[in-house]
Design a binder for this molecule. Structure first.
Ligand SMILES: [Zn+2]
Length: 325
């Protein structure tokens, strides 16, 4: 009986030991598992951090790419603008070179007028010219011309230019043409070569000084009288002789109505496309008549041009020493 109880207690002991060992192994297993899980958790956290970092890097790189692309676009459009500017400048340069060549050719051919300054010819043109001034009425005439936006040509006397420099300055600044009508209205054809040349040169200098820069290319000799000698002087100085095609006879009639009749009701001699009208700004009647005839000519579709323009369009320019009307 005792022996039996001992065996039983041995078996219990063995079971107990087995239970203990099993428990210990189980616990160790749990411990290892928990340890492993913690490690994995740490790893996961690190990976997460890394991922966030990388995403930030990606975002940063994408932003930089966008910035570079924007800069690239800006540079491209700037390049395009510069290329267009370059093309424009090249065209302009070519144009200036062509004009320079034309100018050289004109000078070689003895051209008084330069083609550089003329645009296309208007349909109907007329040139108003005023001789023998300036005088006491020229100021009013200039005011009226400005108001009507009309350009005229003044064939002035050198001694009168000296007397009225402020009027010469106005003519020049207000865009009218100034021609040379001799210094003192002497008949140039009666003079020696030298005296005629001196007279015109003295007048030209007076005009230049009084106006502040006008260099007359057109000479209208007093009375329209010219000869070979005068043409030679003009050739040598690169001037041309600019006469007229319609004499309003204002110097003779001193009458507004009579002047208008000469212009509009004189048969074949009446005004037409390309006419150069002769008037004198030293008579009040001429100023009054010119205002009336400007209005009428405007209504008839005329454009008022300077003599140089008219000669350029209708005579293909003006040669030095040439005579034009
Ligand atoms: Zn005259």
């Amino acid at each position: 009986m005792r022996k039996k109880a001992r065996r039983r207690s041995n078996i219990e002991l063995i079971i107990l030991i087995i239970l203990c060992v099993t428990t210990i192994i189980g616990a160790a297993g749990w411990a290892i598992s928990i340890f492993n899980l913690k490690g994995a958790n740490n790893q996961l956290k690190q990976n997460n951090d890394l991922m966030v970092q990388m995403q930030e890097q990606i975002q940063e790189l994408e932003e930089r790419i966008n910035t570079v692309e924007d800069e690239n676009t800006t540079i491209k459009s700037e390049k395009e603008v510069l290329e267009n500017e370059k093309a424009d400048l090249e065209t302009e340069l070519k144009d200036v070179k062509t004009r320079l060549e034309d100018l050289k050719k004109e000078i070689d051919e003895g051209q008084v007028l330069s083609s550089t300054y003329y645009g296309p010819r208007p349909d109907k043109i007329v040139a108003l010219t005023f001789d023998d001034g300036p005088g006491p009425y020229t100021d009013r005439l200039l005011n009226e011309l400005t108001e009507k936006d009309v350009k005229a040509t003044f064939f002035v006397l050198g001694n009168r230019a000296e007397k009225y420099p402020e009027l010469l300055q106005r003519m020049y600044l207000e865009g009218h043409e100034i021609g040379n009508h001799s210094y003192d209205h002497s008949t140039l054809t009666n003079m020696t070569d030298e005296a005629a040349a001196d007279n015109l040169l003295k007048s030209s200098e007076a005009i230049y000084n009084a106006s502040g820069g006008a260099n007359p290319r057109l000479v209208r000799p007093p009375g329209g009288r010219y000869n070979d000698k005068l043409q030679k002087i003009c050739r040598e100085n690169n001037w041309c002789i600019a006469l007229w095609s319609l004499d309003t006879r204002d110097w003779d009639s001193r009458d507004e109505k009579a002047i208008l009749v000469e212009v509009f009701d004189n048969g074949d001699y009446s005004v037409k496309d390309g006419s150069i009208l002769l008037m004198h700004d030293i008579y009040e009647t001429s100023i009054n008549a010119s205002m009336e005839l400007i209005d009428r000519l405007e209504k008839e579709g005329y454009t008022f041009v300077k003599v140089s323009e008219l000669l350029y369009w209708d005579n293909g320019g003006a040669g030095a020493g040439g005579v034009y009307n």
